[in-house]
Design a protein around this ligand. Structure first.
Ligand code: SAH
Ligand code: SF4
Length: 384
């Protein structure tokens, strides 16, 4: 049996340095490799012209830049683009690119499926299959950036890159959000490698405030992230009290609101901005009443934050419905009147099921969540 080739996409700067040292090469080779792979998007080792020919030959024998097997590529009417990626064993994950005038946001996945099993999320509904490797996580940015760049009109002119006043005209993806499939903080080590590459000047050089990790609240890992790589953080809240959050986000049973909010406060000391984002998925007659808005205001008083209200994107099995637009507005106005910062997330790409929570990929359900749900009692929503 031949040994599988090493995927160079799996290495951040430290990993690449260790890898080249193991091949008796000088440390600066690591930088050159990162540059070829991530900045220039070159996947053919033989084409890396400033590496010695002998090094290229030995590297070709043992390493590769493993391409992501893209099995579907769709474009929505609003320009949103969605790719389906085959991650083997009949599993697939999705990533979404959302172009706007002044930014290009790539929403990427961290796991095939998700074990947290939030009631309103189609990824959770499928159960958990496996963690993505670091190469599969960063590979999404690698693929999207270099694929999109093929269209010169897609390239952004960002006034602040790399410093304010400097017009950087080489980038398509300016922001990355880990809001695709999976719970990023339950795949911590691979996430960290990928985040380090996003920030590395020899790779993508994104600023910490342009990279956002969204979490359902894995408290110990929030603390680790604050020390290892404090990028922007979004916390999926969805309920103003433990009784309801226990039902919507089952991880709340393990890390209840008091602990979660204390972890948020600790994170804020290291965060790249002086506020955190709380996501709140608006579910009709479940978490969208005036009383619940007031409870949310009390809960978050004292925490520097922005509340992002996400109109629920329905999927057939959820049995839940989206709050009416006027309800979402009324809820937002209660928050605003209390002096909070609150916004309503625009739905993008819904015609190709690319909006929040619609990313189902095609993960084979090995945890039988779907089957279990059929036998579950209908949920009696608390706190109405
Ligand atoms: N696991 C992480 C990141 C992925 S989900 C997390 O939960 O934060 C990204 C965001 O989409 C989360 O805020 C999640 O609650 C939200 N979301 C999930 N399903 C949704 C749906 N059906 N409609 C609207 N938002 C949804
Ligand atoms: Fe997992 Fe996030 Fe979906 Fe919850 S909302 S099931 S944590 S992906």
């Amino acid at each position: 049996m031949t040994t599988p080739r090493t995927n160079l996409l799996d290495f951040d700067a430290a990993g690449m340095a260790a890898y080249v040292a193991g091949l008796n090469e000088k440390p600066f080779r690591a930088k050159q490799l990162l540059n070829w792979v991530h900045q220039r998007g070159v996947s053919d080792i033989a084409a890396m012209s400033d590496l010695a020919k002998t090094f290229r030959t030995s590297l070709t024998d043992r390493a590769e830049i493993k391409p992501l097997p893209v099995i579907r590529d769709e474009q929505a009417e609003d320009g949103t683009r969605k790719w389906l990626i085959d991650v083997g064993a009949k599993d697939a994950v999705e990533m979404v690119f959302i172009p706007e005038d002044d930014r290009g946001t790539l929403c990427i996945s961290s796991q095939a499926g998700c074990a947290v099993n939030c009631r309103f999320c189609s990824t959770g509904y499928q159960g958990f299959s496996r963690n993505l490797t670091a190469g599969e996580i960063i590979g999404q940015l690698w693929y999207a950036e270099h694929e999109l760049k093929k269209d010169p009109n897609a390239i952004l002119r960002l006034e602040e890159y790399p410093t304010p006043g400097y017009v950087y005209s080489g980038r398509v993806v300016s922001n990355v959000v880990l809001m695709g499939m999976g719970e990023p903080l339950l795949n911590y080590d691979n996430l960290l490698t990928a985040l380090r590459l996003m920030l590395d000047d020899n790779a993508y050089g994104l600023s910490r405030r342009r990279v956002t990790v969204s979490t359902s609240g894995v408290v110990p890992m929030m603390d680790r992230l604050s020390q290892d790589c404090p990028v922007a953080l979004a916390v999926s809240l969805h309920a103003p009290n433990d009784a309801l959050r226990d039902q919507l986000v089952p991880l709340n049973i393990k890390y209840p609101l008091r602990e979660l909010l204390a972890a948020c406060e600790r994170y804020l000391e290291f965060a790249p901005r002086d506020f955190l984002t709380f996501e709140y998925c608006m579910l009709e007659n479940v978490n969208d009443s005036d009383a619940q808005a007031k409870e949310l205001i009390r809960l978050l008083s004292g925490i520097k934050c922005k509340v992002n209200l996400i109109p629920f994107n329905p999927f057939p099995e959820s049995g839940l419905t989206r709050s009416l637009p006027q309800r979402v507005q009324a809820f937002m106005h209660l928050l605003l009147d209390a002096g909070m910062v609150a916004t309503i997330r625009k739905t993008r790409g819904s015609d190709i099921a690319a909006a929040c929570g619609q990313l189902a990929g095609d993960v084979v359900d090995r945890t039988r969540v779907r089957e279990r749900a059929l036998y579950e009692q209908p949920i009696e929503w608390v706190n109405r």
